[in-house]
Design a protein around this ligand. Structure first.
Ligand SMILES: C[S@@+](CC[C@H](N)C(=O)[O-])C[C@H]1O[C@@H](n2cnc3c(N)ncnc32)[C@H](O)[C@@H]1O
Length: 425
């Protein structure tokens, strides 16, 4: 007799992983958006983390997992068949998370309840035999989904696209930004002032200094935009699109008087938690930048614009399954509108830093080129090499572009484009 589903250990976690994958692959949601509903029934945070980890690895390794599944079926399973998703979930656990085979399959079969359990069992067993005999093997690194691979090859060349696959194979390191240059007893690689790079997957809340708010998690590339504004000496900066507050915390700890604006009340809750923990101060405003305006012009602006987020594909593998040229074109329009509306909120002689965590030139290089053509009062204020971490040189035009092959030896960085502009008049 079959075991009742609620008696199968770990099943609820795999059901949550399946719901997460459905949300990403069918509804185009991000994993972060899908987490609350998909994992709501799990009370243990480590189960939630496991569900996320299974789903993230299925998304990362999908094409290799599918090739194995297809090698073991006579009639190809539909891309969106539940049986295929259950098999992906089982195989990702065995091949990437080192889950024992019996645990992976016993929790995968109930996922297709009322469906082709025997087929799923048969395909799983055939793949396991193929792996044991050496006929099948997980490739060295996952494949970037076709449309993105083609786009990145076109924009950056084959070597960069291959570097992206390599970067995708391993979890990203843990980068911490510090309130001051004192990193305490924590050990890691220091790639910039107030920075420490540590091993991936470290439980950050357990690190010494977390409760006292000495640091926060922030990829090295994500820390560059605020670094380009230097010390604030009490001057005022508008941190536009500020939640969850990584850049606000950098600016506040560099002596800026920060006014932070974001239209997401939910993300601003995390912003407030972050500022409370780090005991840093900023004025927070929950408002749509297309409606709000400041009482007076500021000394500087940091616009961390909403974007495709394809540059953070390592930690968010879902983006490469949800983002295509239509979404990139939509985001590009929003960025131009935000740039045109907010740029004049900086005083003449002041600085505007524009940043996107995107690997798409339309949102970065081309966006700024078009802005400078529209707005003649602005010019690039070129970034010098000594303002950037070693190994990340400025571009020929004096901007910053990090790519999947940047700092590859040290564990890579997120893909960012950053421009520092001067308001001339
Ligand atoms: C890239 S994230 C910001 C990350 C943040 N700067 C940090 O370092 O932690 C982009 C943010 O833009 C916000 N946003 C998008 N459209 C907006 C708008 N029209 N007005 C205000 N905020 C907006 C989103 O809510 C999101 O938090």
């Amino acid at each position: 007799m079959n075991q009742p589903n609620n008696a199968i250990p770990g099943l609820a976690t795999r059901q949550s992983a399946l719901r997460l994958l459905d949300a990403v692959c069918r509804r185009g949601e991000t994993l972060d958006q899908a987490m609350p509903a998909a994992t709501g029934k799990l009370s243990n945070p480590s189960d939630k983390a496991l569900a996320h980890n299974i789903a993230a690895n299925v998304l990362r390794w999908m094409s290799a997992l599918d090739a194995m599944i297809d090698s073991a079926t006579r009639n190809r399973l539909a891309d969106d068949a539940k049986a295929r998703m259950a098999l992906r979930i089982a195989l990702a656990q065995v091949l990437i998370l080192d889950t024992p085979q019996h645990a992976a399959i016993s929790t995968a079969l109930p996922l297709v309840h009322g469906g082709p359990r025997r087929l799923v069992h048969g395909v799983f067993s055939t793949v396991m035999r193929g792996l044991e005999s050496g006929k099948l093997k997980l490739p060295e690194y996952p494949e970037i989904p076709g449309e993105t691979h083609d786009r990145w090859t076109h924009s950056w060349g084959e070597d960069v696209a291959t570097a992206a696959s390599r970067a995708w194979a391993n979890p990203a390191p843990l980068d911490l930004s510090f309130r001051s240059d004192d990193v305490g007893d924590l050990e890691g690689i220091k790639l910039a002032p107030k920075h420490l790079r540590m091993l991936p997957n470290l439980p950050v809340t357990g690190l010494e200094g977390f409760d006292e708010g000495r640091f926060w998690v922030q990829d090295l590339a994500a820390s560059i935009p605020a670094r380009l504004l230097g010390e604030g000496d009490g001057r005022t900066v508008l941190d536009l699109c500020a939640a969850p507050g990584g850049k606000t915390m950098q600016l506040a700890s560099a002596g800026w008087n920060v006014v932070s604006v974001d239209n997401s009340a939910k993300r601003m809750e995390r912003f407030q938690d972050n500022l409370k923990r780090t005991q840093l101060l900023a004025e927070d405003v929950i408002a749509d930048l297309m409606q709000w305006e400041p009482a007076e012009p500021a000394d500087a602006i940091l616009l961390d614009a909403p974007c495709s987020a394809t540059g953070i594909y390592r930690r968010h593998p879902d983006v490469l399954h949800c983002i295509g040229s239509r979404q990139i074109a939509d985001r590009t329009e929003v960025q131009s509108a935000l740039l045109d509306r907010t740029a004049h909120w900086v005083k003449p002689g002041g600085t505007l830093v524009y940043a996107v965590c995107s690997l798409e030139p339309e949102e970065g290089e081309e966006q700024i080129e078009a802005f400078l053509e529209r707005q003649e009062q602005f010019a690039i204020n070129p970034v010098a090499s000594d303002e950037l971490p070693a190994g990340l040189p400025p571009t020929e035009s004096g901007c910053v572009r990090t790519l999947p092959d940047s700092l590859a030896e040290q564990g890579h960085v997120d893909g960012f484009f950053i421009a520092r502009l001067l308001r001339k008049s």
